[in-house]
Write a protein that binds this ligand. Structure first.
Ligand code: FAD
Ligand code: NAD
Length: 479
């Protein structure tokens, strides 16, 4: 006998669990299969994001930034906290408690919405059926009207830097160090490398980040990337570009790292090494050859704009399909697919997905960068405004960075917004709203922004597009 559902979701991360909840809101009978087992040996929902990604990394970023401030920055406010020290075990415990709360919250939400959580492994087979192998029990076949594949991604492993206990680690291991490594190496100056490198650097590690490419954060607007690099270096991150890892050896608990750079072959010794060189979609054993599902040329599951695979009634969302590997992108795809399955119209504006790097200063962007607009050959204008000229930023002693706007000359439409600075992760949402509604810079210029507020920097950057920024000495000639 087989159980039957309207929708079976394979994967309970931010893509899968959101799809499952939304589908029940729309009247579907839903099962969500997830195989994740946490470090305590217990099944846990929430996927990479809640267990070893977005949430725990931000917990450590917040703890360590407070430590950094207490160490020196608070003195400018007249606050003397004396000698400060970090209890790493307590910091990790707090992070673990947060993860437990978040993953438990997802389980509670599934239950409250009537989603059946099946703990084990799912696989799509021919005829849109799903083979389910529970962690404890016999395999069964589930019948489904619709199947949503949402199995996420895993870290890319390098043959020359094989993971070793707690010495050579990936993003999961980098959240678990029990003490601050004296010397920490990071392979890859991508988002994970910079966020987790920042965590341990703030606690006193000497951090060296090796990046194979000669460009720093190539997906980020050039001026923003330059400002971010300057500040991260100032904080003590030794970021070496054009530095490609070639080998590692572990002896007596010390990692010898070999790499090549412009000067030839180099070696450095570190106490811990984080490998963060990208992620790959989890597609092995997810579908049988005769299921009808295909991969694209980059190994992601092939889908159209609506996340439909080549099999009618089978969808794929999140990190296993094209596009940025971001939790909010996965969630919105899950919601869209649940709507489509339930007979509603739904689509995603992929041009308006924001990205954030939670370093200090934060980096965020949405839409096109100046370099992308230039490459398209379109006529464009830019506006920029620095946080140093903003009263709220000065009051908060957070004056690093700027907001940059790129707009179209012919239509004045905002094409992209790029931020490096305080609260960049929050301010960017105003730009997302502007882009989503097709706003012009004039629309934003005419809006009233509360004073004093960091968002005034966005307002002034919009004004600067036409040389109208009020708190600027370098005025462009008004057209
Ligand atoms: P996942 O979250 O990976 O969930 C997939 C689930 O499916 C997992 O539980 C997995 O165990 C399960 N699964 C896999 N195969 C099977 C199977 N065959 N059967 C049953 N279950 C299966 N993104 C952001 O937007 N903001 C951030 O700040 C951010 N920070 C990050 C920090 C780190 C350190 C990392 C590693 C990632 C971060 N990300 C961030 C990326 C984000 O975590 C992912 O984009 C997101 O989790 C993808 O969601 P998903 O639902 O596609 O997959
Ligand atoms: P990434 O693609 O962002 O960066 C990996 C970097 O490693 C690249 O710059 C690459 O050039 C470099 N690299 C590759 N091989 C190398 C080698 N042999 N030697 C030296 N450098 C090498 O990947 P990631 O940092 O692992 O993150 C994966 C994804 O997870 C991100 O792209 C992002 O989508 C997601 N993520 C998002 C957030 C966030 O939203 N704040 C945080 C963390 C992760």
């Amino acid at each position: 006998m087989s159980d039957s559902y309207d929708v079976v979701v394979i994967g309970g991360g931010p893509g899968g669990y959101a799809a499952a909840i939304k589908a029940t809101h729309l009247g579907q009978k839903v099962a969500c299969i997830d195989k994740y087992i946490n470090k305590n040996g217990k099944p846990a929902l929430g996927g990479t994001c809640a267990n070893v990604g977005c949430i725990p990394s931000k917990a450590l970023l917040d703890s360590t930034w407070k430590f950094h401030e207490a160490q020196g920055e608070l003195s400018v406010h007249g606050i003397d906290v004396g000698n400060v020290s970090m209890d790493v075990a307590q910091m990790i415990k707090r992070k673990d408690d947060i993860v437990e709360k978040q993953t438990g919250g997802v389980a509670m939400l599934l239950k409250a919405n009537g989603v059946t959580w099946l703990q084990g492994t799912g696989k799509l087979v021919a005829g849109k059926k799903v083979e389910f192998v529970p962690h404890d029990g016999d395999a069964q076949v589930l019948e489904a009207q619709n199947v949503i594949l949402a199995t996420g991604s895993s870290p890319i492993e390098l043959p020359m830097a094989k993971l070793q206990e707690d010495i050579i680690v990936d993003n999961s291991g980098a959240l678990e160090f029990t003490e601050v490594p004296k010397r920490l190496g990071v392979i890859g100056a991508g988002i994970i490398g910079l966020e987790l490198g920042s965590v341990w650097s703030r606690l006193g590690s000497d951090v060296v980040v090796l990046e194979a490419m000669d460009a720093f954060l190539p997906m980020v607007d050039k001026q923003v990337g330059k400002e971010a690099l300057k500040n991260l270096k100032k904080q003590g991150l030794d970021i070496r570009l054009s530095a490609r890892l070639t080998g590692t050896t572990v002896k007596d608990g010390i990692v010898s790292v070999e790499y090549t750079d412009a000067d030839g072959e180099q070696t450095m010794e570190v106490d811990k090494l984080i490998v963060a060189v990208g992620r790959r979609p989890i597609t092995e054993d997810l579908f049988s050859v005769d299921s009808g599902v295909n991969l694209d040329e980059r190994g992601f599951i092939f889908v159209n704009q609506s996340c439909a695979t080549d099999v009618p009634g089978v969808y794929a969302i999140g990190d296993i399909v094209r596009g940025p590997a971001l939790a909010h992108k996965a969630t919105e795809e899950g919601v869209m697919v649940a709507e489509l399955i339930s007979g509603h119209h739904a689509e995603i504006n992929y041009d308006c997905i924001p990205s954030v790097i939670y370093t200090h200063p934060e980096v965020s962007w949405v839409g096109l960068s100046e370099e992308q607009v230039k490459a398209q050959g379109d006529e464009y204008k830019t506006g920029m405004f620095a946080f140093v000229a903003n009263g709220r930023a000065v009051a908060a002693n957070e004056t690093t960075g700027f907001v940059k706007v790129v707009s179209d000359v012919a239509t004045d439409r905002v094409l992209g917004v790029h931020i490096v600075g305080p609260q960049a992760s929050e301010i960017i949402m105003q730009a997302v709203i502007a882009l989503e509604f097709g706003a012009s810079t004039e629309d934003l210029q005419l809006m009233v922004f509360a004073h004093p507020g960091l968002s005034e920097v966005l307002h002034e950057a919009m004004l600067d597009v036409d040389g109208k920024a009020i708190h600027s000495v370098k005025r462009k000639r008004r057209k």
